[in-house]
Design a protein around this ligand. Structure first.
Ligand code: GTP
Ligand code: MG
Length: 200
């Protein structure tokens, strides 16, 4: 619920990353508080909405969860175009997904919105015993490319709300008065649930 006098920011957010890294699982954890051990691969893209109420603003996220399979790559620009925020996801137990995530960052730097808030996310933190990508390597790449870095687990919910809260805070700071993002709700199934989080 928007607080009186509180500004409202509508922000398009896109998730990008290799197949199986946990993009859908991150969103489902954030939007519905759910996790599935056998999450189906996304076909094309899926759309979700969620609202975060901060002290300084109410952020309405329009979330585009893209499909990581290579055959859907050409669709990606449609989803990151006009996005106010991007979450680039890799899986800490797969070096290949880290390499792929770095390529997504390069594509966004070439073709995305230059003011985009970008989060570099190392998911599946619960699989630490199978870790192939060190925390420092993710952190360093993120720093060098002006992104913030977070290790998460959609399975245990570790750092999931923190991730979206941090994005919301940065959006509120970057867009002091005017709404941002593109509303594509009419093309898609929209699921809205309000979440009150992280204020104060
Ligand atoms: N252990 C563990 N498994 C996870 C985690 N997040 C996702 N998974 C599992 O990883 C698999 C792939 O997750 P998805 O969320 O479908 O991955 P995705 O990135 O959306 O994949 P695409 O839609 O194909 O691009 C599923 O079996 C999930 O249960 C996590 O944090 N920890
Ligand atoms: Mg998916």
């Amino acid at each position: 619920m928007a607080r009186p006098g509180n500004k409202i920011i509508q922000a398009k957010l896109v998730l990008l990353g290799d197949m199986g890294t946990g993009k859908t699982s991150l969103v489902l954890r954030f939007v519905k508080g759910q996790f599935f051990d056998h999450q189906e691969p996304t076909i094309g893209a899926a759309f979700f909405t969620q609202i975060l109420s901060l002290t300084e603003a109410t952020v309405k996220f329009d979330i585009w969860d893209t499909a990581g399979q290579e055959r859907y790559h050409s669709l990606a620009p449609m989803y990151y175009r006009g996005a106010a925020a991007a979450v680039i996801v890799y899986d800490i137990s797969s070096m290949d997904t880290f390499v792929r995530a770095k390529r997504w960052v390069q594509e966004l730097q070439r073709q995305g919105n230059p003011n985009m808030v970008m989060a570099f996310v190392a998911n599946k933190l619960d699989l630490d015993s199978k870790r192939e990508v060190q925390n420092e390597d993710g952190e360093q790449f993120a720093q060098e490319n002006g992104m913030f870095f977070m290790e998460t687990s959609a399975k245990t919910a570790q750092n999931i709300n923190e991730l979206f809260y941090e994005i919301a805070k940065r959006l509120a700071r970057a867009h002091p008065s005017k709404p941002t993002g593109v509303n594509l709700n009419d093309e898609t199934e929209s699921r809205t649930r309000r979440l009150f989080c992280c204020s104060g």
